[in-house]
Design a protein around this ligand. Structure first.
Ligand SMILES: Nc1nc2c(c(=O)[nH]1)N[C@H]1C(S)=C(S)[C@@H](COP(=O)(O)O)O[C@H]1N2
Ligand SMILES: [Mo]
Length: 358
């Protein structure tokens, strides 16, 4: 039985958002690369209809040479693949109380795909950024209304960040043409940053001589402790570890059931602030912690596998996992420590209720 408290009631609108934007099945943490249909999705407006034959990416604004690149032009350029963990900045939001109203993620808004495309930096160099360029704006072709304002989905990066050598203009995901829902025919991939930076259905790149002040930049995706707080823009992913929930689930509550004995626990961890240095496991809700064994990530931007052998005795438990990265950042124990107006960057430790029964 589930008790229905006020805070647990999701509105029809939140359920609608969750149906359009599904998460990754946590058992998908078993795979080094997330299969396309299992990778989470976040589509603010509609998936735009784009005709590849007339498609061209425009490079404009404060540049010496304006450029128009067809998909074929982009495919002729240097081809690079990177395995990149992507996570929505709103991951964990639904655990906050009171709950900010937006995509009601648990902690499944993540995936790690192999993206193939061409590096962005050489294109910006060819376009020749003028000295007055301060930010690079990435515009999608999707349009809608949010915060009461009609706009195109656009995000900017400071010039220095846009010139990083690890940014990709991707036209393939896991070796296939980008599927419509993931940005066909072209998207930006910004490793280390939350997913919002990786603009899908990319239509143009504009060098700006002043900071971009669009809705998705200065109204949404700010970490604000209160409505009065001017807030800090969201950039890099905070560390997080997740485990594959062990045993079998109860259909409705997802509570896990396992038999006593040696239970292999496995999962993945990541951070936008450098390597994962440590992942700890707890079976008692975070009172005591044990170090787990770390594996090697498939790529510098991919997630890090970890494993632990839990010797389970009959009883009721709460399994937790906690990651620490090389910058020393780690995960809070309690969700409400990271309460913020928009419900971003909520990286409290995962908690998995388990019954151990013969
Ligand atoms: N054009 C466009 N780009 C976008 C979005 C969008 O709605 N429109 N959503 C962003 C957000 S918030 C996230 S988390 C990622 C999700 O990428 P995915 O759906 O491929 O997992 O795309 C980002 N890029
Ligand atoms: Mo997102």
């Amino acid at each position: 039985m589930i008790e229905r408290t006020e805070a647990q009631q999701f509105s029809r609108e939140e359920v609608g958002l969750a149906l359009r934007n599904h998460g990754m099945h946590l058992e998908g943490l078993r795979y080094p690369t997330t299969p396309i249909g299992m990778h989470y999705l976040l589509i603010h407006f509609d998936i735009p209809a784009i005709d590849e034959s007339s498609y061209a990416l425009e490079i404009k604004g404060c540049v010496r040479n304006r450029m128009k690149l067809s998909l074929e032009d982009l495919k002729q350029r240097e081809k690079v693949s990177r395995t990149v963990v992507m996570e929505c900045a709103g991951n964990g939001r639904s655990k906050l109380s009171p709950r900010p109203i937006s995509a009601p993620w648990g902690e499944e808004a993540v995936g790690c795909a192999r993206w193939t495309g061409t590096p962005l930096a050489p294109i910006l160099e060819e376009a020749g950024l003028l000295d007055e360029a301060v930010e690079i704006l990435f515009s999608g072709s999707d349009r809608g209304i949010d915060a009461g304002v009609e706009h195109t989905f656009e995000r900017s990066l400071p010039v220095q960040e846009a010139l990083r050598e690890d940014l990709l203009l991707a036209y393939e995901m896991n070796g296939q043409p980008l599927p419509p829902q993931h940005g066909y025919p072209l998207r930006l991939i910004v490793p280390d940053y939350y997913g919002v930076a990786s603009v899908k259905w990319l239509e143009s790149i504009t060098a700006l001589n002043e900071p971009f002040d669009g809705i998705q930049q200065v109204v949404k995706y700010l970490y604000q402790e209160s409505e009065e707080d001017p807030g800090v823009p969201i950039t890099r992913k905070l560390p997080r570890a997740l485990m594959v929930p062990p045993g079998i689930p109860e259909y409705l509550t997802r509570r896990r059931y396992v038999s006593p004995g040696r239970i292999p626990i496995e999962g993945r961890a990541w951070s936008g602030y450098g390597r994962i240095e440590r992942v700890e496991f707890s079976f008692d809700g975070g009172n005591s912690w044990e170090d787990t064994r770390l594996g090697e990530p498939e790529d510098p931007d991919a997630w890090t596998p970890w494993s632990y052998e839990w010797v389970a005795e009959p009883g009721e438990y709460e399994l937790c996992a906690r990651a620490t990265d090389e910058s020393g950042r780690t995960q809070p124990l309690q969700t409400d420590e990271s309460w913020n107006v928009g419900g971003y960057c909520v990286n409290a430790v995962q908690r998995v209720p388990v019954s151990v029964r013969p």
